[in-house]
Design a protein around this ligand. Structure first.
Ligand SMILES: Cc1cc2nc3c(=O)[nH]c(=O)nc-3n(C[C@H](O)[C@H](O)[C@H](O)COP(=O)(O)OP(=O)(O)OC[C@H]3O[C@@H](n4cnc5c(N)ncnc54)[C@H](O)[C@@H]3O)c2cc1C
Length: 429
C-alpha cells in the first residue's frame, strides 16, 4: 500500500471527537502544524455532538461537565466567546417503588421504606463490619466488589439491577474497578453519618452546561486546530505499521506518528494486530431526546431507574437546566453489543413507561430525535486491560497510540480525554 504519490503528515490523528481535537490543539499550541485529523463522519464532535430541533437543545446523550482542573476549564471558556455557561447544583434521584431516593442510593438507604431500610442496613453491616469480616475474601470482579462493600440488600435493590440495565451484561465479567473514580464509594461510617447529616457530594456535585449544548466545548477545542487541519467524511480503513502508511476511504497517507481515538476493537483490526475480537465487549446505548409542549417535573436533573419493569435506566431533564417552560428529556436504554435494536418498538415502550412512571402526565410530544451510541460503555475486564496493555506496547514501538474513551478502552470524561491527549503530545520530544 506504499506508493510514491502518497500524501504525508507528521502526525495523523484519527477522529475529530474530544480526544482527536485535543491532540491537534496540543500540537498547534506547541507550534507544530504538521498534522491532519481524519474524521469518518461529516461533522466534528464524536459522541459529544449536540442536536437542535424546534427550539430544543439536545446532546447525543446528556453530557454534563465537572472539571477537576480549573486551567482546562478556563482554556475552554476562553475559546467560547459569547457562550453562556450554566453552573448547576446537581439534583439526581433513584426511582424506588413509586417514590424516590437521593443519589447515591447506598448513602441514602434511610430514605427507603422501613423494611427495605432494615434489610439494607443489616446486610451492609454484616458485609462491612470488621467485627464480622476479619479476613474478607478478595474482590475479583465488579459484582463481588458490590456485594463485599455494600451487602445483598443494597445490591438487590439498586446496584445490581441498575448496573445490569446500564452495562447490559453479567456484572461478574467486569473488572472490580470497571467504573474507576465514577463509582460513588461509601463506607459504613459515611453511610451511617449521612442518616443524620446529608453529605451526598459526588464527583459531579455541581456541573456546567453551555447554552449551545456540549458541542460548544468541542468547538472550543476545534478553534485551536489549524485551518484545513480536519478532513471530514474520510475514514481510516487500514494501517501498515511497518511502512507507516495509512489507507483511508480516499487516499494513502504516510505518517511519522499516528494517534487514534477510534474504538480499539476496530482499530486493532485496522492495524491487522493479532488479537482475539472476543476480548472487546461493550454496551450500546439507545438515546431518545424528547420535547414536549409543556413543563413536567421540576427540581430534578436526572433520575436512575433500577426496576427491570421499566425499559430505561436513566432519564434527564434539559428544561430544568435551561429554566425553560417545555419539558425536554433524554432517555437512555442499554443493550448488549450484538443486540438488534428495534427503535420504533422501543420508542413505544419508552413512551408507555414515561407515563407509568409519572413523568409524562398529559404533555404532548412535539419534537424528537434518537441515536444509538455504539459503543457507549466499554466493558473493562481483566482480559481487556491485559490485552490493551500488550497491544498498546506493540503499537508504541511503531509510534502509534490509541487513546481516549474508546481508543483506550476505558471509562472517562472529556476532561480526561483532554488531559490524556495533552500528556501524550508533551511526551514527544
Ligand atoms: C451515555 C454517555 C454519557 C456521557 N456523559 C458524559 C458527561 O456527562 N460528561 C463527560 O465529560 N463525558 C461524558 N461521556 C464521555 C464522553 O462522551 C467521551 O469521553 C468523549 O465523547 C470521547 O471522545 P473521544 O474523542 O475519545 O471518542 P468519540 O467521541 O467516540 O470520537 C471518536 C471519533 O472518531 C471517529 N472515528 C472512528 N473510527 C474512525 C475511522 N476509522 N476513521 C476516521 N474516524 C473515525 C468517530 O466518527 C468519532 O467522531 C459520556 C459518554 C456516554 C456514552
Amino acid at each position: 500500500m506504499d506508493s510514491p504519490a502518497a500524501a504525508r503528515t507528521g502526525t495523523l490523528i484519527v477522529g475529530a471527537g474530544a480526544t482527536g481535537l485535543a491532540t491537534a490543539a496540543a500540537l498547534s499550541e506547541r507550534g507544530d502544524a504538521d498534522y491532519l485529523v481524519l474524521e469518518a463522519d461529516r461533522e466534528i464532535g464524536g459522541w459529544c455532538k449536540t442536536v437542535k430541533k424546534d427550539g430544543f437543545v439536545w446532546d447525543y446523550s446528556g453530557h454534563f461537565f465537572h472539571f477537576k482542573r480549573p486551567a482546562i476549564e478556563q482554556w475552554l471558556r476562553d475559546r467560547m466567546p459569547g457562550q453562556r455557561i450554566r453552573v448547576v447544583d446537581k439534583k439526581s434521584f433513584i426511582a424506588f417503588g413509586g417514590t424516590r431516593v437521593d443519589f447515591p442510593f447506598q448513602k441514602n438507604i434511610h430514605q427507603l421504606p422501613q423494611a427495605d431500610f432494615i434489610e439494607c442496613l443489616h446486610d451492609l453491616y454484616f458485609a462491612r463490619s470488621s467485627d464480622v469480616k476479619r479476613d474478607p475474601a478478595p474482590e475479583t470482579n465488579f459484582l463481588e466488589m458490590l456485594h463485599a462493600r455494600f451487602g445483598k440488600g443494597i445490591c438487590d435493590r439498586f446496584l445490581v439491577p441498575y448496573n445490569e440495565k446500564l452495562y447490559a451484561c453479567d456484572l461478574s465479567t467486569l473488572d472490580k474497578d470497571a467504573m474507576g473514580r465514577f463509582f460513588p464509594h461509601a463506607d459504613l461510617t459515611d453511610i451511617v453519618r449521612n442518616m443524620k447529616q446529608a453529605d451526598n457530594a459526588s464527583y459531579n456535585a455541581t456541573f456546567t452546561y453551555p447554552e449551545g449544548g456540549a458541542i460548544e466545548y468541542i468547538k472550543a477545542l476545534a478553534s485551536a486546530v489549524r485551518p484545513g487541519g480536519i478532513a471530514l467524511g474520510e475514514r481510516l480503513v487500514a494501517v501498515d505499521l511497518g511502512r507507516k502508511v495509512a489507507r483511508t476511504t480516499s487516499r494513502e497517507i504516510r505518517f511519522e506518528r499516528l494517534v487514534s481515538s477510534a474504538p480499539f476493537d476496530r482499530f486493532a483490526s485496522i492495524c491487522a494486530l493479532d488479537h482475539d475480537p472476543a476480548t472487546w465487549d461493550y454496551n450500546k446505548v439507545l438515546v431518545f431526546n424528547l420535547g414536549f409542549d409543556r413543563k413536567g417535573q421540576q427540581g430534578v436533573n436526572w433520575t436512575y431507574y433500577p426496576s427491570r419493569d421499566t425499559v430505561f435506566y436513566r432519564v434527564g431533564w434539559y428544561d430544568n437546566i435551561f429554566d425553560t417552560d417545555r419539558m425536554s428529556l433524554y432517555v437512555e436504554i442499554g443493550f448488549p453489543k450484538d443486540a438488534a435494536i428495534d427503535v420504533p418498538a422501543t420508542r413505544e415502550r419508552v413512551l408507555r413507561d414515561l407515563e407509568r412512571e409519572g413523568l409524562v402526565t398529559g404533555q404532548r410530544l412535539v419534537a424528537e430525535h434518537s441515536v444509538v451510541l455504539d459503543p457507549a460503555y466499554v466493558h473493562i475486564t481483566a482480559r481487556s486491560l491485559a490485552e490493551h496493555r500488550r497491544l498498546a506496547s506493540r503499537l508504541a514501538d511503531a509510534r502509534v497510540w490509541s487513546i481516549g474513551r474508546y481508543g483506550g478502552w476505558t471509562y472517562c470524561s472529556i476532561e480526561d480525554n483532554i488531559v490524556e491527549a495533552r500528556a501524550l503530545v508533551a511526551s514527544w520530544k
